[in-house]
Write a protein that binds this ligand. Sequence first.
Ligand code: AMP
Length: 381
Amino acid sequence: MSAKPAVTLPILPGATLGILGGGQLGRLFTLAARSMGYKVIVLDPDAASPAGQMADVHLQADYSDRTALQQLGAACAAVTTEFENVPAASLVELARHCRVSPDASAVTIVQDRSHEKSWLRDKGFATAPFALIDNEDALVAALATTGTPALLKVSRLGYDGKGQARVDTLDAARAAFREFGGQPCVLEGFVNLQCEVSVVLARNDAGECVLFPLAENRHVNGILDISIVPARVSEQLAEKARTMAREVAHQLGYVGILAVEFFVAGDRLLVNEIAPRPHNSGHFTLDACVTDQFEQQVRALVGLPLGESRLMSPVAMVNILGDRWHNGGPHWATLLAHPNIKLHLYGKEAARPGRKMGHFNVLDADPAAALALAEQMRDAL
Ligand code: AMP
């Protein structure tokens, strides 16, 4: 094959960018890139993918389809991803043709919960107590250490509470492990957490980092329900979270957008998860920050200076799940009657329970008012 052409940075508008994955994160990246004047090619096997609908070209193929990857790499100046489960080999293949960020090494660590947790421990980041499980004997031994309740989580491909079980007894733990087909898992001690926060950041080739404001995240059934920004934590704790997030990115040698989720337990901060992409808890940036996380993803990818991340207004972000469609659909008119609410829908046709269909941001100079209206609208929708 021909040698990879040298890329001159920054890659400017008019060039073509690629994204692996056509979900809502890919869609919002596509919209940001197109509005900045880039062309976008989305690779996703789903004919009706939310990002494919917005792209210049939708390559409908598997993520490991070599021909499609070569086509994508040849047509694009740079390629990024919207999800961590992209095969690392695909990123390696693409990197032979064009600029790729994040790179395969970082994605390989974070796409497997066992690797991710071990990596965090080895680098000295605090996490919930955990043990790697690949057989029932290991499960018995681990449970004796973590105690109950504990959480059993599959190492690969779990998301939004899927592939996770809270276990209160050894029998329940065994049953959950069998239900997961005996695949590698992580057993985590249950953390008595006060709240959860996350930091979304961008890091460029020079190692410069721009962090978005901390989000305070509330989950329901393992799925993000509301993000509140600014997070209601002390400045000391916020600073600690920012420092840890920056250090995670640095240790990964990361280029692109990275999200770090934390548990707050007393004055301790435990890293829960790392995502090598924009994050649901960063959707508030779409309406509340000078630069949003998707424009920032474009900027990091093309080698432009990173944008300013300043918060322009307190905000509460609410996820809209497919559950809302059960009774004739959400009451959009009620929601849109508010001049300070910004609605984002992802163009998904099938509204299944638990499926993320969209979100809305409530902006208000008074953070308590933003949260109150967000909760009111969530319940009224
Ligand atoms: P995860 O997919 O691992 O981020 O888990 C989804 C949600 O479940 C988290 O955001 C927490 O609300 C909760 N959770 C996960 N692990 C733990 C834990 N070890 N202790 C307490 N809550 C947890």
